[in-house]
Design a protein around this ligand. Structure first.
Ligand SMILES: Cc1ncc(C[n+]2csc(CCOP(=O)(O)OP(=O)(O)O)c2C)c(N)n1
Ligand SMILES: [Mg+2]
Length: 362
């Protein structure tokens, strides 16, 4: 019996803006000048937010923090392609995506300050809170997409994850389910090439992460994750595919974690300074600014005004964070049970009494 080829695959690489801000006009997504400036503004706001978070942590005003430094295009570009009716599930390194979606900045700070009210997404918003257990958001996002399809809602779901998450069972189960049921979900992998101290080459022997989608029967594309036009274009096309009933897509954004894993880490112990320096030259914000300057969309005075406005927004969110009323300690008993078990009810009453309160209601 002769052997025959029954399947082949290919993975596209997409880059629109090169490192010097030169644009391939044939691939440029349809964004007007106002939208290009807006995307740049979100990226700068994300950077300003991020920088302040790092400083707050060092001053003991935030618990811990996972910086987005260098990954702003992957987050802003993909979230910018969402409609307000779409749904978003993140991991923990996507402040840019939340900002674009309009989540109050104070809430993101609150989350990292250890205040669970940072996870209480306002009623009516279609986003889920920060998810620390790696990859667990992926099957939930696939399930939400399936629910939307079942209900006939014309929406898509976007699920973020890191490169490390692609080694978890949840990733494979989520993608397999989404593929088998053509769920309207776009998986966005921020491949920042490190999972704490594990480099990409120890994460997988595959040439790309995008190709993992092919095993599950749907397309995967690798984009320059520091090129916001490429990210936006790929996300937009994938969301349209999902909304049109054509099923999921995996968008791998090849980027780089310029900072430490979190404020509790020291990356200089496991990666070289040269590698970081090499990626600094490819960072996404300078790249878009160079493009905008060349195209006459941007100048120094706009830049200065933007930086000042971003700083003001961040300072005002920090002020909100630090003047927020303290949570009610009795909340630890609330929100888990429909009817509080009797022993917890007793504990709650005892706790309230010990703190000078009356008989509490659960
Ligand atoms: C289930 C689970 N295992 C381990 C951890 C500890 N942990 C936190 S982040 C991380 C690495 C994640 O790497 P990646 O998915 O590449 O995301 P990145 O941190 O690079 O954004 C690990 C192992 C965790 N949070 N959850
Ligand atoms: Mg990573």
């Amino acid at each position: 019996m002769p052997k025959k080829l029954i399947e082949t695959f290919s993975v596209e690489w997409l880059q629109v803006l090169d490192e010097d801000g030169n644009c391939d006009e044939g691939l440029r997504p349809s964004l007007d000048n106002k939208q290009v400036r807006e995307i740049y503004e979100w990226m700068v706001l994300t950077r300003t937010f991020d920088d302040k978070a790092f400083k707050l942590q060092r001053e003991g005003r935030l618990g811990t923090y996972a910086a987005a430094l260098g990954q702003e295009a992957a987050q802003v570009g993909s979230a910018y392609a969402l409609r307000s009716t779409d749904w978003m599930f993140t991991a923990f390194r996507e402040p840019g995506a939340y900002l674009v979606r309009g989540l109050p900045m104070r809430m993101i700070y609150q989350y990292w300050a250890g205040d669970e009210r940072g996870s209480q997404i306002p009623e009516g918003e279609n986003d889920f809170p920060i998810c620390i257990p790696v990859a667990t958001q992926i099957p939930i996002a696939a399930g939400a997409a399936m629910a939307a399809k079942y209900k006939g809602d014309a929406v898509a779901v976007m699920a973020f994850m890191g490169d490390g998450a692609t080694s978890k069972g949840d990733f494979h189960e989520g993608l397999n389910f989404a593929g088998a049921f053509a769920a309207p979900v776009v998986f966005v992998c921020q491949n920042n090439q490190w999972a704490i101290s594990v480099p990409l080459k120890r994460q997988t022997a595959a040439k790309t992460l995008a190709q993992k989608a092919i095993a599950y029967g749907f397309p995967g594309v690798q984009v320059d994750g520091n090129d916001v036009f490429a990210v936006y274009r790929a996300a937009q096309e994938a969301l349209e595919r999902a909304r049109a009933g054509m099923g999921p897509t995996l968008v791998e954004c090849l980027t780089y974690r310029l900072g430490d894993h979190t404020t509790a880490d020291d990356a200089s112990r496991y990666r070289s300074r040269e590698e970081v320096e090499q990626w600094k030259r490819k960072e996404p914000i300078d790249r878009l600014r160079k493009y905008m300057e060349k195209s006459g969309l941007w100048d120094d005075s706009r830049e200065q005004a933007l930086r000042a406005a971003a700083k003001e927004k961040v300072e005002s969110a920090v002020h909100e964070l630090e003047s927020f009323p303290a949570p009610d300690p009795l909340d630890i008993f609330r929100f888990t049970y429909q009817n509080l078990p009797v022993e917890l009810r007793e504990q709650m009453a005892g706790f309230s009494k010990a703190n000078g309160g009356g008989d509490p209601r659960d």
